[in-house]
Design a protein around this ligand. Structure first.
Ligand code: FES
Length: 117
């Protein structure tokens, strides 16, 4: 089980449990199940409307491991200016992702995270 805390200036923080390692539990799916209003349009990693900031809870806000960035997610984050090619190149060697992610693509793993939306 992983704890996912959703945070938004307009709403009270909400922490929920997520089943880690299911390979299907995206941040967006978890938000929808708990009626947390994370924006989305396509739900398929193509529009960028579900952009969120993700960090590890209690670890000086380091970026979480999550699941590697898919090509779709890399393309959209590059288009949004949230990750550079240099940062993408670094990800290959440091095995961590950046803090900006797409909620519809980020699959929760066994780590407690903060999701700012
Ligand atoms: S909803 Fe379109 S990229 Fe996530």
């Amino acid at each position: 089980m992983a704890l996912v805390t959703f945070s938004n200036p307009g709403y009270k923080n909400k922490t929920v449990y997520a089943v880690a390692g299911s390979h299907t539990e995206t941040i967006l799916k978890i938000a929808q199940e708990h009626k947390i209003p994370v924006n989305f349009d396509c739900g398929n990693g193509e529009c960028g409307s579900c952009l969120v900031k993700v960090s590890l809870l209690g670890k000086d806000h380091k970026a979480p491991l999550g699941v590697s960035l898919s090509m779709k997610e890399q393309t959209v984050l590059r288009q949004l200016g949230k990750i550079s090619q240099d940062e993408l190149d670094d990800l290959v060697t440091i095995d961590r992702t950046g803090e900006w992610r797409l909620a519809c693509q980020f699959i929760v793993r066994d780590e407690d995270i903060l999701v700012e939306y």
